[in-house]
Design a protein around this ligand. Structure first.
Ligand code: THU
Length: 159
């Protein structure tokens, strides 16, 4: 028997130490929260993605009365990129959330979105940064794969 442990490195970055790109991504992600369709949870999530080309793409959660078809902000953004910029490389993705007009603490992507992030990495052959953005600080995960240890991916399927 051998016991193992996985540790996940991340950085807490106070707003005063943000690079300029974080301010720009935050503005786009906040605009995305305003476009969010969340009549059931009233939890408005915005994602802003920076592509390697420098272009910024946004996504926001899209809810449904039947609940399960609801799509998170992160997947909305990543799938829009798959459709509109199929050869693009994602460099970083920022997430913000608001409810009742107020910012909430930095929120973390759900498990399904993490799985979709893994597919993006496989597709583009390169990991990307994830930034969980709060009003006062950002939590930065330099490689999105760290968010899903023991992930199942395409390499597990025999060809
Ligand atoms: N949601 C996101 O859009 N992203 C997350 O990372 C967590 C949850 C959405 C889904 C749903 O519309 C609402 O937040 C409440 O779960």
């Amino acid at each position: 028997m051998s016991d193992k442990e996985l540790l996940i490195p991340y950085t807490r970055l106070p707003r005063s130490e943000w690079p300029e790109i974080y301010e720009r991504l935050e503005a786009v992600a906040l605009e995305a929260t305003r476009r969010s369709y969340a009549p059931y949870s009233h939890f408005h999530v915005g994602a802003a993605v920076q592509l390697e080309s420098g272009e910024l793409v946004l996504g926001c959660n899209q809810e449904n009365a039947s609940f399960s078809p609801t799509l998170c902000a992160e997947r909305t953004a990543l799938y829009a990129i798959g459709a509109q910029h199929p050869d693009a490389v994602v460099e970083r993705l920022m997430i913000v959330a608001e409810t009742e007009g107020k910012r909430v603490h930095p929120i973390s992507p759900c498990g399904v979105c993490r799985q979709v992030m893994m597919e993006t990495v496989r597709r583009q052959g390169k990991p990307f940064e994830v930034i969980l953005c709060g009003a006062d600080e950002a939590i930065v995960i330099s490689d999105c794969r760290l968010l899903l240890p023991f992930a199942f991916d395409g390499s597990d399927i025999p060809s």
